[in-house]
Ligand binder design. Sequence first.
Ligand code: FEO
Length: 394
Amino acid sequence: MKPREIRRGIYFVGAVDWDRRLFDSLIPLPDGTSYNSYLINGSEKTALIDTVDPTMTHVLIDYLDTLKVKNIDYVIAHHAEQDHSGSIPVVLERYPKAKVVCNPRCKGMLIDLLLIPEDRFITVEDKETISLGDRTLEFIYAPWVHWPETMLTYLREEKILFTCDFFGSHLAASDPYVTDEGQVYESAKRYYAEIMMPFRTNIQKNLEKIKDYPVDIIAPSHGPMHDKPEFIIKAYHSWAFDEPKNIVVLPYVSMHGSTRSMVAYFVGALAQRGVTVKQFDLTVTDLGKLAMALVDAATIVVGVPTVLAGPHPNAVYAVFLANALRPNLKFATIIGSYGWGGKTVETLTALMPNLKVEIFDPVLAKGYPREADFQALENLAETIAQKHKEQGFA
Ligand code: FEO
């Protein structure tokens, strides 16, 4: 594909990775991803905004060759993670006069991660500018979106905000701009849940920080660009600022059907009381979907059998992940079955220190659940419904 011109002399030179299915050896990518890099020609200087994952360096280099780029003055590094920085060493080798422009923290990380020589850097402060002649780049620090060194670039004359991971989505697409808002909403929410949610208060601060910049285009470093920026800004506002909703997330695992029967009964009891439930079988679920559900949920209930004297490892993994993602949950509890004892509840609750939740009494059945166990599940559903109502979660 030929490089796409976004505005006169500004090109998309990134790589679309249709086939990648896992990121960080952790995050599922059901719809692939892209590593967006942008070339900006000014009347005097040329800048490259971020690079691409090192597996796709050749795509970036092909674009630069096609555009007959003889010189790059600045390689703007928003973020040191290798999906954006990994091709910087090759670019520096091909363009010996190019300097990496980043903040001091990012410089240290790029030296550590990519062994880039110290004399190839120019560091910039928050709100500092660099002129390309007829175009001006303003750098905006945006820490913890999602690493501490992250920054954004605002191209003043064109009102384009380059945002790296912020407002991005793991979505491979042939269209340069968002065409299907529903699909992008889902991909962007998944991405927010997986890497931004733990830093919600920083996201709030950074949303505030950029609100006075007039923006025509948001150009993230993953997924399509936003030529209607209000769509993604509004979505981020709701994820970062809204109170939880009247939703229970119920990740569960069952070995012989006892826990499954409790889960099925409990989902019905909650639904009867008007509580929305999102149920996930942990043996097959896409953990990105679970992360997305945690963005809005008020309560997590873990369905878990006891095995080898403790919780089933799949439930341990899910709780560990939920704790790391720090969703805005308010309540938690555990339901499940055991054979003769064990430390399931103690082990799981000890894995939730980041969740600022009230923990309701668990409901544990010895073997297959009986009438008293189902009644306990009714009572638990009633407690949850009432608590959600008291808190005004709609
Ligand atoms: Fe897309 Fe945090 O890198």
